[in-house]
Design a protein around this ligand. Structure first.
Ligand SMILES: [Zn+2]
Ligand SMILES: [Zn+2]
Length: 141
């Protein structure tokens, strides 16, 4: 009697072990319920599950969808060409609004002003006559 109980317990443990093995194999292939194949059929169930075709959908790993490293840093190298040149000759990045060399503000440097020697009004450098007093800007005193 003890021998029979031991045999049954041994068979149950054997079935459960094979059940877990076939469940693991079945789940790795995309199937559900692989446990009972191994539980009832043992090594035969394992072979049945093991020789099944792979049921998983075509799975693309998400890492390949990420952008390559060079794509994210491509904009940093092209920023040097979009700067502005000060009247002093220094080239400044477009993100800074004053000259790094002479500290003039960007609006003054790009379009320098001429101060009228007669009335002190700030004129565009292209003006030859003061817009306020109509006197020639280049003429001192
Ligand atoms: Zn400057
Ligand atoms: Zn003037």
């Amino acid at each position: 009697m003890a021998y029979l109980i031991g045999l049954i317990i041994g068979l149950i443990i054997y079935s459960i072990v094979f059940g877990f093995i076939t469940e693991y194999v079945a789940e790795s292939k995309g199937y559900d319920g692989g446990f009972w194949w191994g539980f009832w059929l043992g090594i035969i169930g394992l072979l049945v599950v093991g020789f099944r075709p792979d049921n998983r959908q075509e799975y693309r790993p998400s890492s390949s969808a990420e952008l390559p490293a060079w794509a994210s840093s491509s904009s940093s190298s092209s920023s040097s060409s979009s700067g502005w040149t000060c009247t002093c000759g220094a080239k400044n990045p477009s993100s800074i609004d004053y000259c790094l060399s002479c500290r003039r503000s960007k609006s003054d440097a790009v379009m320098p002003k001429k101060i009228c020697p007669h009335c002190g009004a700030g004129n565009r450098s292209t003006n030859s006559l003061c817009f306020a007093c109509d006197k020639p800007l280049d003429e001192g005193e």
